[in-house]
Design a protein around this ligand. Structure first.
Ligand SMILES: Cc1cc2nc3c(=O)[nH]c(=O)nc-3n(C[C@H](O)[C@H](O)[C@H](O)COP(=O)(O)O)c2cc1C
Length: 365
C-alpha cells in the first residue's frame, strides 16, 4: 500500500478483522472511526453496549477493545503498512481507547501472517477438551506471546487451578443473587427476554464456562439464564483443559487494553497451532481483590482466566455488520458513493460530541 489517503474499502476490510475479536457475552462494545485523510483508525468504547452490572468499571470493555486493537494491528500490517498504535490517545475523550495510524510500507513477518489468518478461525470453545497434553514448546510460545504485548501468561498446574478457581468462585456469590446482574446476563446471552435486551444483540454463547466449583470441576457460568430468570445449575466439565491467567503489573485502563491485546495474541497463536481456547472468565472486581493476594500471581493484577486444550473446533458467533460500527470521515472535497445496500454512512460527517453521561461510564482507574 502506498502512503496516500486511506480508501473506504480498505478501512472496511480492516474493521472486518477488528470485529472478529472476542467480547464478554459477545457484546461487541466498540465503535470505530476511519479518518481517511490522516490514515488513522480509532477505536471507541460503545457505552450502549457495556454491562453495567457485570462490568461496572469497564475492564471487560477494555479487554475486548484491546483484542480488537490487536486484530486491527495485524490487518494493517497485512495490508502492507506499519501499524502505529497508541493507547488512550486523548485524555479529554475517555471513550477513545486506541488509535492505529497506517505508517510506512511494511512487509508482514510470516508469524504475523499466521496470526492474521487465524483471526477467522478463532472461536471461543465451550466444549470439553481431550486429555492430550499440550507440548511444552507450544506453552512457552503462548507465554512469550503474552509477554510481547506487555502482560504475563501464567500456566496453572492442577493444584493452582483448583485454588484459583475456588478463590475466584468464592468472590462473586453476591453477583449471582443480584437480579439486575441476572437480567443483564439474560439480555445478552439470549435466555430471558427483558425490556433491557439491546435491540441488536447477537446471541452470546449458549454454553459458557466460568467460575470454579469447589470440588474442582468447572461449572457453567450462569449461561443461559433459564426462562424463570434463575441461573442454570452447575454442569460438570472435564478438567483436562490447561488453565492460564493473564495478568498485568498495573490495574489501569492501559493495562486492561494490554491484557486484551495479549489475550488475543495468545488466542490467535493457539488457533494457529490447532488448539481450542476460550476466555473462561474475565476477572471481576471482587475476584481481582481476592486473587491478587495469591502468591502465584507475584503481586500482579489478574485480568482474565483462559482455558486451552485440544478438541473439536467451535462454531463462529455472529457480529454486527461493519456499516453499523464504522464511521468514515471522508477526504475533504471528495465524494465517495455509498456502497450498494448501504444507506448514507453513519460516518459521513464529523463524529458526534459525546454526552457527559457517556464519559462517566469509563472512569479512570
Ligand atoms: C472480557 C471477556 C470476558 C469473557 N468471559 C467469558 C466467560 O466468562 N465465559 C465464557 O464462556 N466466555 C467468555 N468470553 C468469551 C465470549 O463469550 C466470546 O468471545 C463471545 O461469545 C464471542 O464469541 P467468539 O469469541 O467465538 O467470537 C469472554 C470474552 C471476553 C473478551
Amino acid at each position: 500500500m502506498t502512503e496516500g489517503a486511506l480508501s473506504r474499502q480498505t478501512a472496511e476490510r480492516l474493521i472486518e478483522a477488528a470485529i472478529a475479536a472476542p467480547s464478554m457475552h459477545n457484546s461487541q462494545p466498540w465503535r470505530f472511526v476511519a479518518r481517511l485523510a490522516d490514515r488513522v483508525m480509532e477505536i471507541y468504547a460503545d457505552p450502549a453496549r457495556t454491562l453495567r452490572r457485570g462490568d461496572p468499571h469497564g475492564r471487560g470493555v477494555h479487554i475486548a477493545c484491546g483484542s480488537a486493537l490487536f486484530n486491527l494491528r495485524l490487518a494493517v500490517a497485512q495490508a502492507g503498512s506499519a501499524p502505529v498504535a497508541r493507547l488512550l490517545p486523548s485524555p479529554r475523550n475517555p471513550l477513545l481507547l486506541a488509535s492505529v495510524r497506517l505508517g510506512g510500507p511494511y512487509r508482514p513477518q510470516p508469524a504475523e501472517r499466521d496470526l492474521f489468518e487465524a483471526i477467522g478461525r478463532r472461536h471461543a470453545s465451550h466444549r470439553s477438551a481431550t486429555s492430550h497434553p499440550l507440548p511444552r514448546g507450544l506453552l512457552a510460545g503462548l507465554m512469550e506471546a503474552a509477554t510481547l504485548e506487555g502482560a504475563t501468561l501464567r500456566l496453572l498446574d492442577h493444584t493452582d487451578a483448583l485454588r484459583i478457581l475456588r478463590r475466584s468462585a468464592a468472590a462473586d456469590p453476591g453477583l449471582r443473587s443480584d437480579p439486575g446482574y441476572l437480567a443483564e446476563l439474560a439480555a445478552w446471552t439470549g435466555g430471558l427476554r427483558t425490556s433491557h435486551r439491546p435491540h441488536d444483540v447477537q446471541p452470546g454463547p449458549g454454553r459458557a464456562h466460568g467460575n470454579g466449583h469447589p470440588a474442582g470441576r468447572l461449572v457453567m457460568r450462569d449461561f443461559p439464564v433459564r426462562p424463570d430468570g434463575r441461573p442454570s445449575p452447575p454442569a460438570a466439565m472435564e478438567t483436562a483443559s490447561q488453565l492460564a491467567v493473564i495478568s498485568t503489573i498495573a490495574d489501569d485502563r492501559a493495562s486492561w487494553l494490554r491484557a486484551g491485546q495479549a489475550a488475543q495474541r495468545v488466542l490467535l497463536l493457539a488457533a494457529h497451532r490447532g488448539l481450542q481456547a476460550a476466555p473462561l472468565t474475565p476477572v471481576l472486581d471482587e475476584q481481582e481483590a481476592t486473587l491478587r493476594t495469591d502468591a502465584f500471581l507475584d503481586g500482579e493484577y489478574p485480568a482474565m482466566i483462559l482455558r486451552l486444550g485440544y478438541g473439536r473446533p467451535a462454531r463462529a458467533t455472529p457480529r454486527r455488520p461493519v456499516g453499523q460500527v464504522l464511521r468514515v470521515i471522508p477526504l475533504a472535497g471528495v465524494h465517495q458513493s455509498p456502497r450498494p445496500g448501504q444507506d448514507k454512512s453513519p460516518g459521513d460527517g464529523p463524529p458526534p460530541a459525546l454526552p457527559p453521561a457517556d464519559r462517566q461510564l469509563m472512569p479512570s482507574k
